[in-house]
Design a protein around this ligand. Structure first.
Ligand code: NI
Length: 171
């Protein structure tokens, strides 16, 4: 396993619609393992392939319960096919430095996906797990959590980020 570089807003690669995966080979399995390692190293609880500059429909999500050894699930070509209710929860993103904000999401979702081996599966997620999945699936469509904020909050962040980047360049 190897760490991959996480790209950050406003990198244009984050805005692409990621391509569907139709080849389930070793390269895919290595990407999934690297993504899990990169997620835990960050540390984060979810990561989408576009965040490591791979514009394909792959996400990993940490599903470790308290007092459990760390493990994750990889979802290839995930698709929300049903949803119920709404919830408001605090989100952040490894590709959107130094911001957390409340985002409204579905409370409960049903997701169709494939495993790293190409096997078709379905899962039902609620609460925080549902939030993470919706956030990561958004990444596959070029959507960032800041897109769910009010234009005012989004513009404030854009300005802050510009200043951060200008500082990085002068230091
Ligand atoms: Ni994110």
């Amino acid at each position: 396993m190897a760490l991959r570089k996480i790209i950050e807003y406003p990198e244009p690669l984050l805005r692409l619609t990621a391509k569907k995966v139709d080849v389930f080979n070793d390269e895919l399995k290595i990407l999934v393992e690297d993504m899990a390692e990169t997620m835990w190293d960050a540390p984060g609880i979810g990561l989408a392939a576009p965040q490591v500059a791979q514009s394909i429909r792959v996400i990993v999500v940490d599903i470790t319960e308290p007092d459990e050894e760390k493990h994750y699930i990889a979802l290839i070509n995930p698709e929300i096919i049903e949803h119920e209710g709404t919830q408001l929860d605090e989100e952040g993103c490894l590709s959107v430095p130094e911001l957390t904000a409340q985002v409204q999401r579905y409370k409960k979702i049903t997701v169709n996906y494939q495993t790293e081996d190409g096997e078709s599966k379905q899962l039902i997620a609620e609460d925080r797990f549902a939030v993470v999945l919706q956030h990561e699936i958004d990444h596959l469509n070029g959507v960032l959590f800041i897109d769910h904020l009010s234009p005012l909050k989004r513009n404030l962040y854009k300005k802050k980020r510009k200043k951060m980047l200008a500082l990085e360049q002068t230091c």
